[in-house]
Write a new protein. Structure first.
Length: 452
């Protein structure tokens, strides 16, 4: 999307704010209402000639126009912010084809006495034939529910493919948008969810985990929001080609025969072909899926000498990390620290050195989910990396120095001064009977999507 001039953003937001304010002070048709509404509509219409959608959102009390946060906007946009908060609106989307009467009708509803919220607000827009404006309501469900929703969408999508259908893209786009927003607002909590490992639903959980990790890494590398969306969809669907591979091959505990291995190696090609048939999915997604098993040195599969897309390099790393840290039919799970060491040993071969360096910088020396012994003999689980000092992350203490499990685990910031404990060594969670999936599931139940 082309960059939008701040002057135009300012005109739109201030005009909407003035119109809402004027509705409460003046009778209908008064110039103090009509003039700002007409001005806002004029600028939005101009932008929609070159953009399919225009998004105005609220993130933790800050107005965001497309990808631009307006930190001091509350000084001049009090009425707009108040109405969005009162109606629990997280975002307003104006779409190409917007008519003036739709825009004016929306302002009437937004400034009305009826504090419509959520589906009721959206239904009212539809009832009044306002079809090119939609609202995104603030989600109050916990992030585990959002995660499980994404798992179910991947599962349904793959089931549709197995039945010979071309899956609809709407739900894939929806859950990717939600994952992206949650990563942008609370990356640590979302990365904690990737420690949820479900052996029976491995393919679906793995797809969501890879999407979270890929979006997180793309954000860490300062990619724009549209790239985060594309890499998120591609990561979510990177293994859809496995629907064309027999289950007994995918789940086979022993080594694959030559013929079976050649069959499995076809899944990136199959996946990219499936994506080509789906509506509303960017063509780039198919390329990223095609390339996700091609290594940095161009070994891997399928064979190609063409340059790899930078976003493919991100998915390759996210895919490898989640696979290494997960119990598989043919391998025991690697400890997060061990996984980073394994991947680092393959820098310049399997993985692009710069992308891998960014990934290691993001997850830290002790990645989220690492169980560590502290200098106090306490045992904790890393819950958040510390960008300033990766050796001193945030941990949740689960065993005291006496070896007894805590009734109430508590957070400890190891970067809080020289007197804070240090990490002595990572330990295997199984030695303490810790089920990381259960721990992070319970933790995520206490974090709502709204809080994230």
């Amino acid at each position: 999307m082309p960059d939008i001039e701040l002057e135009k953003i300012d005109t739109i937001l201030k005009s909407i704010n003035s119109a809402i304010k004027g509705k409460k002070l003046y009778p209908a048709g008064h110039p103090a209402i009509a003039a700002p509404m007409a001005k806002a509509y004029q600028v939005i219409s101009e932008l929609l000639k070159t953009n399919n959608k225009i998004f105005i959102g609220m993130v933790k009390g800050v107005i965001v126009f497309e990808e631009t946060p307006l930190m001091d906007a509350e000084k001049n946009l009090g009425e707009l912010i108040h109405q969005m908060n009162q109606r629990e609106i997280e975002g307003i989307i104006f779409e190409k084809g917007l008519m003036q009467k739709e825009f004016f009708g929306f302002i009437d509803i937004l400034s009305g006495d009826d504090a419509l919220k959520g589906k009721e607000l959206q239904n009212t827009l539809a009832a009044k034939n306002i079809l090119h404006i939609s609202v995104k309501s603030i989600s109050k469900r916990n992030i585990l529910e959002a995660y499980n929703d994404a798992v179910n969408v991947v599962k349904d999508t793959m089931n549709q493919i197995r039945m010979g259908k071309i899956p609809q893209s709407k739900e894939i786009i929806r859950v990717t948008d939600e994952i992206t927003e949650l990563v942008l607002t609370n990356r640590s909590a979302m990365m904690g969810l990737t420690m949820i490992k479900n052996y029976d639903n491995y393919l679906f959980n793995h797809s969501v985990n890879v999407s979270i990790l890929a979006i997180s890494l793309a954000q860490h590398m300062n990619y724009n929001k549209s790239d985060l969306h594309i890499v998120g969809i591609a990561a979510l669907l990177h293994d859809v080609g496995k629907t064309g591979v027999a289950e007994d091959i995918i789940r086979k505990p022993a080594g694959l025969s030559g013929e079976e291995w050649e069959t499995l190696k076809q899944h990136p090609v199959l996946g990219s072909k499936i994506i080509e048939k789906m509506d509303d999915i960017a063509k780039l997604v198919g390329r990223l899926i095609y390339e996700h098993h091609i290594r940095y040195d161009h070994s891997g599969y399928p064979r190609t000498e063409s340059p790899l897309h930078p976003l493919s390099l991100i998915i390759t790393i996210a895919d490898a990390y989640d696979a290494l840290t997960t119990l598989r039919v043919y391998q025991k799970p690697h400890h997060p620290v061990e996984s980073i060491k394994v991947m680092n040993s393959l820098s310049g071969k399997h993985f692009d050195p710069n992308t891998l360096k960014a990934f290691i910088s993001m997850v830290g020396f002790y990645p989220i989910g690492t169980v560590v012994r502290l200098s106090t003999n306490d045992i904790g689980i890393v819950t958040k990396a510390n960008p300033g000092n990766s050796l001193r992350p945030m941990v949740k203490v689960v065993f005291g120095g006496d070896g007894k499990q805590m009734d109430k685990p508590y957070e400890m910031d190891l970067s809080a001064g020289d007197s804070a404990p240090t990490i002595v060594a990572p330990i295997d969670p199984l030695t303490k009977g810790l089920d990381m999936s259960t721990l992070f599931e319970e933790e995520s139940k206490n974090i709502t999507a709204q809080e994230a």
